[in-house]
Design a protein around this ligand. Sequence first.
Ligand SMILES: Nc1ncnc2c1ncn2[C@@H]1O[C@H](COP(=O)(O)OP(=O)(O)OP(=O)(O)O)[C@@H](O)[C@H]1O
Length: 324
Amino acid sequence: MSSPALALHHLSKRYGSTVAAEDVSLTVGAGETVALLGPSGCGKSTVLRCVAGLERPDAGRVEIGGRDVTPLPPEARHVGLVFQDYALFPHLSVLGNVTYGPRMRGARRAQAEGRAREALALVGLEALTGRTPAQLSGGQAQRVALARAVATGSPLLLLDEPLSNLDEQLRARLRSDLRALFGQVGAGVLLVTHDQREALALAARVAVMRAGRLVQVGGAAEVFARPATAWVAAFLGHTNVLTAPGGLARLVPEGAVRLGKGNPLPVTAYQPTDTGTEVTVVHPLGTLTLHLSPREAGGIDEGRLRLSVDEGRVLTLPDDREGA
Ligand SMILES: Nc1ncnc2c1ncn2[C@@H]1O[C@H](COP(=O)(O)OP(=O)(O)OP(=O)(O)O)[C@@H](O)[C@H]1O
């Protein structure tokens, strides 16, 4: 059996009194994409920097392709990196930037350029190969950084918010391109993001991080459908995570609410949105927030909306939302 692209064993890193990563253990299989997902400041970049060798962990071990690289400098690790600031070489052309990695690893010029052109075509930049980084928009520079990481042919790619500077349309296009791209290159990918949709679109597995610790790791769809705690549910974008007695919370997934049948319940607030109306409805479980299409909102009669909640789909979770 082949070694995983990446294995982290009990990784910890502090900055003074700040615990940036605490006992983080995680595996990325060969050819697998894992998203490290969490709010700003939770330690995602710290984990990535420890993997890349830009930061030395206080404790724990980093293995890449089955090799312990913990004491090794970045250049000895053979990982493809895309960071938020995507640090391109300013004096090299786009093609030069992307060719650099394969050249450094001993590829002949023609072969390295071929691979660079392929990677640039994948990110839609084949027309800009002669430009320098100063002549690119932020989004274009980001795509060059992606192409550069892919062209290295590394068995492990590390991507820190790779789509963060792009507009929504481009993000959507690149998301599906990236998924295909990851499949083609066969590399393990560790993707850092705070965007749940991006994680779901790109990764087979997600690792949710909070205040330096991994709080849930699992299949992407599974983690979204069955968050382990109220905090994870709320972080993943579930709207109705209702406080319940005994330190518990009830998660009412969107699909558990059926409109048009059941008791007419009081609607206590209305807020127009770009696609309809957001309303709050008082239900015996608690106050539900619902997004209604114009047609659904038409069902509100004398300040009441008829709905039922499929109790079989409501999850009861420990409520850990207080504190850090
Ligand atoms: N070089 C450093 N010196 C001191 N504290 C640091 C340093 N780097 C990170 N930290 C702190 O460690 C914690 C984790 O930071 P990190 O950048 O890993 O978070 P993140 O989850 O990547 O955040 P973001 O999504 O905003 O990039 C934060 O509290 C941060 O302030």
